[in-house]
Write a protein that binds this ligand. Structure first.
Ligand code: GUN
Length: 294
């Protein structure tokens, strides 16, 4: 196989920002600055990094964002009333509750408390239901970003077999729904593998497009994939090393193992990660436009 095509989320995300700038300018000139509230419960280091990079991006684009940092041991009622406050605050067109939440909080209850019209994560059952019915409002950011990368590189999933590793509500489940929708640049045959799957390589070896979203460092190796497959690596795993930071980021895919066998692959970092933030910006701008036009 010749060198794999590197699917750069970094490049595609900058294209998204360029496109969004005129929509942002036009909203701002009509007196509306798109605003996002990010709720962070506790101080998980990885979540902290994500939340800070979201805030930096919003700032850079001249958008409004506020990070609401709440203590690890906050009660459910207190968190729910904070969300209610944000639902009623017109400065915020989008609300994002960073996942995962501490174990004592019921994620489903918290997600349902967010006004579906401000649910820029697309996690609310109303938005997930709309996506499933093929009438999406907000599409979850990481799956939306994956579709956008494929579109940019003209990799059409239609008629292909897409195998998804992982069934999370954030990535695995929604990307499998998106991929099988009857619309252009979807229309794929999909398989979801998860912890209950008896023989994972049996399925992944049939994938034309393999999406790895299980959060296990270097899980996918060349023995899992067929020659010429397209690989989307959603994993952002911290692996300890002796660098200054004390860790490095690796994907769910063992890049050096699969590199010579695949036709295209997203790197980690610089692949799916930057797209998640770009789609969050896009969803927030969309939320502002919808709330402004009524
Ligand atoms: N944790 C990991 N990815 C995400 C995401 O896209 N949104 C939220 N809210 N939490 C996450």
């Amino acid at each position: 196989m010749t060198e794999a095509l590197i699917l750069s989320g970094k490049t595609v995300s900058h294209e998204v920002y360029n496109t969004l700038q005129s929509q942002i300018d036009s909203l701002k000139s009509s007196g509306c600055t798109p605003g996002l509230a990010v709720v962070l419960v506790g101080d998980d280091p990885a979540s902290n990094v994500y939340v800070n990079s979201k805030a930096r991006r919003f700032n850079k684009l001249g958008l409004f964002s506020e990070t609401i940092r709440l203590p690890e041991d906050i009660g459910e009622d207190e968190l729910l009333s904070k969300i209610q406050e944000l639902n009623n605050d017109d400065r915020f067109h989008g609300i994002l509750v960073q996942m995962p939440l501490p174990k004592h909080l019921n994620e489903a209850v918290i997600i349902e408390a967010v006004n579906p019209l401000k649910d820029v994560d697309g996690f609310h059952p109303e938005n997930l239901g709309r996506l499933t019915a093929g009438r999406p409002r907000f599409v979850p950011c990481t799956p939306k970003g994956i579709m956008r990368i494929l579109k940019h590189y003209n990799i059409d999933p239609s008629g292909k077999h897409v195998v998804v590793l992982g069934r999370s509500n954030i990535v695995g489940r929604p990307i499998s729904i998106l991929m099988s929708l009857k619309q252009t640049f979807s229309n794929a045959t999909t398989t979801i593998c998860h912890s209950g799957t008896a023989d994972i390589p049996y399925h992944t070896l049939q994938a034309d497009i393999l999406i790895a979203a299980i959060g296990v460092p270097n899980f996918v190796t060349s023995s899992h994939i067929k020659e010429g497959a397209v690989i989307i690596d959603v994993g952002i795993n911290r692996v300890e090393d002796d660098s200054e930071k004390g860790y490095r980021l690796v994907g769910d895919v063992y890049f050096d193992s699969v590199n010579e066998k695949v036709s295209a692959i997203t790197p980690v970092p610089g692949g799916v990660g930057p797209m998640t933030i770009a789609m969050l910006v896009e969803n927030t701008v969309e939320a502002a436009e919808r709330l402004v036009s009524g």
